[in-house]
Ligand binder design. Structure first.
Ligand code: ATP
Length: 365
């Protein structure tokens, strides 16, 4: 088990930059998730850590050792691919034990280690079955078993649940995290699925066009997004963005939004409210007829215990997640109250969050 350190990692493919100046540390035993849309550079980063792709520049350290120029097989890692090809003519036992056989480990030890891993993965009852008839979840468990049996320093996983149907995915997300808690090996996991990332990760890096937009715990990333991109990528529905108008006097600690006053930290002299966007997650918006921030209900999406109500205000469209028991009708005018301790402010031009201390005071004045 080991720490993974990536320093100023960069990868160009004939002039196209796939990964740009990435720096991060995955601590020993952490479950780290690289998250982002297709083409953002996740797989390229993972392949460089694995030694399957040479960086254009930068360094990779595994357990403190610089492995940047080492080949994949000289790095003590296990790579779990999305379409992990099992040997179809071998049974489960021989599939899991194969890496040890290839390393020349004694048969008695292979037997013991395969059985230990199969117990860990709860597939010890199918050890002698052919892999050809196995269901998707069991196939993934065999693939994981084959990676674990070598006891590598760390695991790299590239969308390992990508081919499973939704029901199995949920099960495997839970299982993978539980397995990680038991064996505690440093893991780098690539996915485009924010729910997978949120449920499994100790730390997440959200990537966009080869750049890490934010690195942090799931909670930090969800509650304190550093960019509008992250705020929009995380959450379903994503964060609402509202325009801010004038009404702010230099040195004021509040911003007027429609008829509502929102308390904010002191802005820099050169920043005007019209340069900013206010971000608020749907669960931090509630209906409040006393509020002076008002708008027309466009519709509501019923979700069982909650509903997402869409309201058109003068400052932008707002989605509010409110209890399903509240009756709301399209066309009616409602007041909206924002939870003042869960607001974000972004610079419109750069999309970056304005560092905010916790907001004090009410969101409707
Ligand atoms: P996906 O989930 O679709 O795999 P990703 O975030 O993992 O996306 P990468 O596979 O790392 O993205 O690709 C990043 C960018 O680099 C993409 O635009 C891709 O087309 C490009 N790229 C990746 N490998 C190569 C290569 N060998 N030659 C040229 N371009 C490449």
């Amino acid at each position: 088990m080991a720490e993974i350190r990536v320093e100023n990692l960069r990868k160009e493919f004939s002039g196209f930059t796939a990964v740009e100046d990435s720096t991060f540390t995955v601590e020993d035993g952490e479950f780290f998730v690289m998250l982002g849309p297709s083409g953002c550079g996740k797989t390229t980063t993972l392949r460089m850590i694995a030694g399957l792709e040479l960086p254009t520049s930068g360094r990779i350290l595994l357990g403190g050792e610089d492995v940047t120029m080492k080949r994949a097989r000289e790095r003590d890692i296990a790579f779990v691919f999305q379409l992990f090809a099992l040997y179809p003519h071998m049974n489960v036992r021989r599939n899991i034990g194969f890496p040890l056989l290839a390393q020349g480990v004694a048969r008695s030890e292979i037997r013991a280690r395969v059985e230990e891993v199969a117990k860990l993965l709860r597939i010890d009852h199918i050890l002698d079955r052919p892999v050809s008839g196995l269901a998707g979840g069991d196939r993934q468990r065999v693939a994981l078993g084959r990676a674990i049996v070598r006891r590598p320093m760390c695991f790299l996983m590239d969308e390992p649940l990508g081919t499973l149907d939704a029901e199995f995915r949920d099960l495997m997300v839970h299982e993978l995290r539980e397995l990680h808690n038991r064996i505690g090996a440093t893991t780098v996991y690539v996915t485009h699925d924010q729910m997978e990332a949120m449920s499994m990760a100790d730390k997440i890096a959200v990537m966009n066009h080869g750049i890490i937009e934010q690195f942090g715990s799931p909670r930090e990333i969800y509650e304190r997004p550093r960019t509008m991109y992250v705020a929009d990528f995380m959450g379903s529905p994503p964060m609402n963005f509202l325009r801010l108008h004038s009404g702010l006097q230099k040195g004021d600690a509040s911003i007027r939004m429609g008829e509502a006053d929102i308390t904010v930290p002191q802005l820099r002299e050169d920043v005007a409210p019209s340069d900013l966007m206010l971000g608020v997650r749907p669960e931090h918006v509630r209906l409040d007829n006393a509020s002076r921030l008002r708008g027309e209900v466009l519709g509501a999406e019923y979700l069982g215990t909650t509903q997402i109500v869409v309201v058109e205000t003068g400052e932008g469209t707002v989605k509010a997640r409110i209890p399903a028991s509240i009756t709301v009708n399209a066309g009616e005018t409602v007041g909206l109250a924002l939870n003042a301790s869960h607001l974000s402010l972004f610079d419109k031009a750069s999309g970056r969050a304005i560092e905010t201390a916790l907001y004090e005071g009410g969101a409707h004045g």
